[in-house]
Design a protein around this ligand. Structure first.
Ligand SMILES: [Fe+2]
Ligand SMILES: [Fe+2]
Length: 321
């Protein structure tokens, strides 16, 4: 907790990475205006372009939306490292956490509304999946260690940015510029959030490189737990894995993306150039080899996943992806 106190001033200098509400986009800006006199024409146009999205991409979009909708889990988890019994504290960390939550809250809202209005999704099944996911909880494996929690957040913001950014590209290629714009907007916000967590961790690394490197190593032991890991639609016990296979197959989020994120963070935080001894030096060695390790297996894993049978998703009637 000393770490969080030491970072308080630095967090204050970076609070401008939150957008003032008056300047922020809202989901409404990207959706048909149901109060307009030509609402039905707007809806018809919206649905026509949304028809261009291939089923498999729709499955990935639902998975991304479900992950965003479980925001309460991530806020609960972060409140362990930014405790605020009053709920309205004005210190910099509390301001960041509430500001971040309120910005993130629009991501799930927008994707949820987009998917509902397409008329192509079994929303009840999707809603049950969100309900289960929030009930099932989220284990980031950072065990209350603030530094590991911040590293995890930096990793995840970049991972979601990559994922939304790739959906944007594929949506544009399929001819739904509207969805592409939506995903680009969300991705750019993930980038802003990533900048915050990356800077803060950089600062933590400068203050106490040993502790930060050890926290980073413990994060990367095994595989970084994905936030939507425990999603369940009441039917498919391997729903997350099935969703992840489709995301990998479409190139939205792949083993290579994972390796690139690790490499990026290692470079940004100058992990290789920190002078360390003992346990921390060993952890540093381990970290610097991770990206290469995943890249080495990436093709093999991709081929393996490409061979996985297509499965039925309850999210979209009769769709195997
Ligand atoms: Fe998000
Ligand atoms: Fe995010």
């Amino acid at each position: 907790m000393d770490l969080m106190k030491n970072l308080e001033g630095f967090v204050g200098e970076n609070l401008d990475l939150l957008t003032p509400v008056e300047q922020a986009w809202q989901p409404t800006d990207f959706l048909p205006d149901l109060t307009a006199s030509d609402w039905s024409e707007q809806m018809a146009r919206f649905r026509t372009t949304a028809m261009a999205i291939p089923d498999e991409l729709l499955v990935v979009l639902v998975g991304n939306m479900v992950t965003e909708e479980a925001l309460p889990n991530y806020s609960v988890s972060l409140s362990n490292i930014v405790p605020d019994p009053s709920g309205v504290a004005t210190d910099n960390w509390s301001q960041w956490l509430r500001g971040w939550t309120s910005e993130e809250n629009r991501h799930g809202d927008l994707l949820n509304a987009y998917l509902r209005l397409t008329g192509r999704v079994d929303m009840r099944s999707v809603e049950q999946t969100i309900h289960h996911l929030i009930r099932n909880g989220f284990n980031s494996n950072y065990q209350g260690d603030p530094c590991a929690g911040l590293i995890y957040a930096a990793f995840q913001e970049r991972a979601t940015r990559v994922s939304h950014g790739n959906v944007a590209k594929l949506a544009s290629q399929s001819g739904d510029e509207n969805l592409s714009r939506i995903c680009r907007k969300i991705a750019s916000e993930e980038t802003r959030h990533e900048t915050f967590y990356t800077r803060v961790v950089g600062q933590a690394m400068d203050q106490d490189p040993e502790n930060a490197i050890l926290a980073f190593r413990s994060m990367l032991r095994g595989i970084v737990a994905m936030p939507g890991r425990r999603m369940f639609d009441g039917k498919d016990p391997d729903l997350y894995d099935h969703f992840a296979v489709v995301a990998q197959r479409l190139g939205v989020y792949t083993v290579t993306s994972y390796a690139q994120i690790i490499q990026h963070l290692i470079e940004t935080w100058g992990v290789a150039h920190r002078s360390l001894t003992g346990k921390a030096a060993k952890a540093q060695d381990y970290l610097c080899k991770q990206a290469e390790r995943y890249t080495f297996f990436a093709d093999e894993i991709a081929e393996n996943l490409a061979r996985q049978p297509h499965v039925e998703f309850s999210w979209i009637h009769g769709v195997r992806a």
